[in-house]
Design a protein around this ligand. Structure first.
Ligand code: LLP
Length: 437
């Protein structure tokens, strides 16, 4: 599932020892494997090859410029949800025409930026947004393409914070209103309807909701076709799983086995399919490396207090998400053969693996059976490449972690660790000038 493995009892990313990275770059630090990243892009491309999809990597999952460059270099477009993400995609060498732009709150300046850059497709989330895009496009004299994000009201069976395709969420236009809206606005010269966009949630481990959502989207496309309104694009969004534990996620082929038969004949008849994978590409490609600052036995609990917690990786405290955690140099014979919730091995000690912040919710993993750790040990938090660094924050004035990209036997710092100067640089009141975005 990835290129993080133990060689002679020491954790390596590809050919580089994680301890070597920690010694030279410090911790906390995100470490990414280029080979894993590209392998997951390849798997998605090959599983969905019969649909010849336009693969747009979801920038929000792992927005570092070097990561985006690697993915753009492999031929992918980008799924962006803000002006900032569009800027990153372009700076990484991905043309705006290869980007799709979703998000429920696109501002007028962001819409203008995207239009001037020549955005490939707006994934439009509401009637009011459509009117705004069309009017900004008219003012600038730059027509654009749009896909209507519909809310198909299916249950993706995932965390309620990341379920986006059920009716009560803020995303897309209710399927029951979509046909009438598309009929009413079809023919707009400034935002030309090209298709339908779906993104029902993340992660989705049971492919069935894709079947339900796609079937509903195809009925809508057929209903409109009967009225002479031709839509040639279906954007399926993201949502494929990743292996937080060994073998947890269906493979790209398992999703394709459900999706490809639904769409193959349509593609042969001219339908363009877009995929927006984020987690399935980036999650297994990254680990967060932290150091144990102190250990503490409180009688009934043993704590490993690390140099980062919910500031560097929010997922455990925000979603109760599980990330496998293990020392980079465990005692002899204590190398895990699989990553699982309850490792079976003699001599493990149950730890609460926590961060330094002043909240009880600041943890990386609770009640984890791992080898006993000591001050100075390093721990790897696996499957942290997606929504790890991108959701990191500076709570308790914690500088953001460094990021490193490994390629074979070498590595490169792709984001410098923040300094205390960085922390205060935007707050030097006397020196501040008003800048318009
Ligand atoms: N397309 C759209 C419109 C999205 O909103 C998302 C993710 C994706 C694609 C990519 O989905 P993926 O392939 O990564 O599942 N912070 C949460 C995940 C939030 C996902 C938001 N949207 C987490 O840490 O689990």
């Amino acid at each position: 599932m990835d290129h993080f493995h133990y060689i002679d009892g020491q954790l390596h990313c590809e050919g580089v020892s994680m301890d070597e990275i920690a010694s030279s770059v410090g911790t906390p630090c995100y470490v990414y494997s280029r080979a894993t990243l590209l392998e997951h892009v390849r798997r998605i491309r090959s599983a969905f090859a019969p649909l010849e999809p336009w693969v747009c990597f979801s920038v929000k999952s792992c927005p570092n410029l070097s990561i985006l460059k690697a993915i753009a270099g492999a031929g992918s477009g980008m799924d962006v949800v803000s002006g900032g993400e569009l800027r990153r995609a372009m700076e990484a060498g991905c043309q705006a025409s290869r980007c799709v732009y979703a998000g429920v709150g696109k501002t007028d300046p962001e819409i203008e930026l995207a239009l001037r850059a020549g955005i490939g497709l707006f994934n439009v989330e509401s009637e009011e947004e459509f009117a705004t895009i069309a009017s900004v496009a008219e003012r600038l004299g730059i027509p654009c393409d749009g896909a209507l994000r519909v809310n198909p009201d299916v249950d993706p069976k995932t965390h309620r914070y990341t379920s986006t395709g059920n009716r009560e969420t803020k995303f897309g236009v209710d399927l029951r209103r979509a046909a009438a809206f598309l009929r009413a606005t079809h023919g707009n010269r400034w935002c030309r309807w090209r298709g339908i966009h779906l993104h029902i949630g993340s992660p989705i481990y049971d492919p069935t909701p894709y079947h339900q959502a796609i079937t509903k989207a195809l009925s809508l496309i057929d209903e409109l076709a009967a009225d002479g309104i031709a839509l040639d694009t279906l954007d399926l969004g993201g949502g494929f799983g990743a292996d937080y534990t060994t073998g947890q996620s269906p493979s790209a082929t398992s999703y394709a086995d459900i999706i490809v038969p639904l769409l193959a004949a349509r593609v042969a008849a001219g339908l363009r399919v877009i995929l927006e994978p984020g987690r399935s590409v980036a999650a297994n490609a990254g680990s967060l490396l932290v150091s144990v600052v102190y250990t503490k036995d409180s009688g009934d609990r043993t704590f490993a207090i690390c140099d980062a917690g919910m500031n560097a990786l929010l997922r455990p405290s925000h979603y109760d998400a599980f990330h496998f955690i293990w020392p980079t140099r465990p005692p002899a014979g204590m190398v895990p053969s699989v990553r699982c919730v309850r490792p079976e091995m003699d001599g493990l000690v149950v730890h609460d693996i926590v961060g330094p912040l002043c909240e009880t919710g600041d943890f990386l993993g609770l009640e984890r059976a791992i080898p006993r750790v000591a001050r100075g040990d390093r721990l790897a938090v696996f499957t942290a490449g997606a929504y790890g660094m991108s959701m990191a924050n500076r709570y308790n004035s914690s500088p953001l972690p460094a990021e490193v990209l490994v390629d074979g036997d070498s590595f490169e710092i792709i984001r410098a660790r923040e300094t205390y100067d960085d922390l205060v640089s935007h707050e030097r009141v006397g020196e501040l000038a008003v800048t318009l975005a």
